[in-house]
Design a protein around this ligand. Structure first.
Ligand code: PGA
Length: 261
């Protein structure tokens, strides 16, 4: 089964109202007419309204191609949870994809596998698409624990929600040592882990494993993306730094569209 690739920009803690408008305008120009690849941007939640407005201009530019994402979500639906943002609030701004389990949240906010699985469940209930980030640290990599760590992070969802939860979901394999370091995994290294992840889900449900999008993330840029996308189990990318420049991000999207069609 052919999977439609997905390239998503994770803006992290970057931007402003003006920056959001400018980058979205730039992306619409660069991506007009591009087909065969899903595209999403995840600006800071503060700027979802600006991004939504800039994307929905009603003309036939590349805006229609670009979906909105968010970088985080909370597990509660409403009530006395100061500072939290619910899945329904994100939906209210036209969000489709929500990143959960990013290593920066696992590290700086001590989010554990069980809590991330709860976020996964909350997103499924709301009809949003979880983009579940998994990946090993440098230390774990050097100790040969990559597969063990990825399996554990996937199992938190598999064991609590079942394999069906991955129907229509997205996984982003992001080795922590590759994030923001300029040191991407090689295409062969990433492919091996992607095949492992797919195989791990296939042990529970082959059909679910076949359709699940597995993005690679970690220092993806306009120069290394095309080669990564030649790998059969790499279904697109989650892009940090390079998603802040319209031309570089568009080059990555076009590379995915070309490699997968
Ligand atoms: P990077 O970040 O592309 O800047 O390495 C990727 C990510 O953290 O999602």
């Amino acid at each position: 089964m052919a999977r439609r690739p997905l390239v998503m920009g994770n803006w992290k803690l970057n931007g402003s109202k003006a920056f959001t408008k400018e980058l979205v305008e730039g992306l619409k120009k660069e991506l007009a007419g591009v087909e065969g690849c899903g595209v999403a941007i995840a600006p800071p939640v503060m700027y979802l309204a600006e991004a939504e407005a800039a994307l929905n201009c009603g003309c036939s530019c590349g805006g229609k191609l670009i979906e909105l994402g968010a970088q985080n979500v909370d597990v509660n639906v409403q009530g006395a949870f100061t500072g939290d943002i619910s899945p329904e609030m994100l939906k209210d701004f036209g969000v489709k994809y929500v990143i959960i389990g990013h290593s920066e949240r696992r590290t700086y906010h001590r989010e554990c596998d069980g809590f991330i699985a709860k976020k996964f469940a909350a997103l499924k209930t709301a009809g949003l698409v979880p983009v579940l980030c998994i990946g090993e640290s440098e230390e774990e990599n050097e100790a040969g624990k990559t597969e063990e760590v990825c399996a554990r992070q996937i199992d938190a969802v598999l064991n609590s929600l079942g394999a069906e939860a991955f129907n229509g979901a997205v996984i982003a394999y992001e080795p922590v040592w590759a994030i923001g370091t300029g040191k991407s995994a090689t295409p062969a290294q990433a492919q091996a882990v992607h095949a492992f992840i797919r195989g791990h889900i296939a042990k529970k449900d082959k059909a679910v494993a076949e359709q699940v999008i597995i993005q690679y993330g970690g220092s993806v840029n306009d120069a290394n993306a095309a080669e990564l996308f030649t790998q059969p189990d790499i279904d697109g990318a989650l892009v940090g730094g390079a998603s802040l420049k319209a031309a570089a991000f568009a080059t990555i999207v076009k590379a995915a569209a070309k490699a997968k069609n």
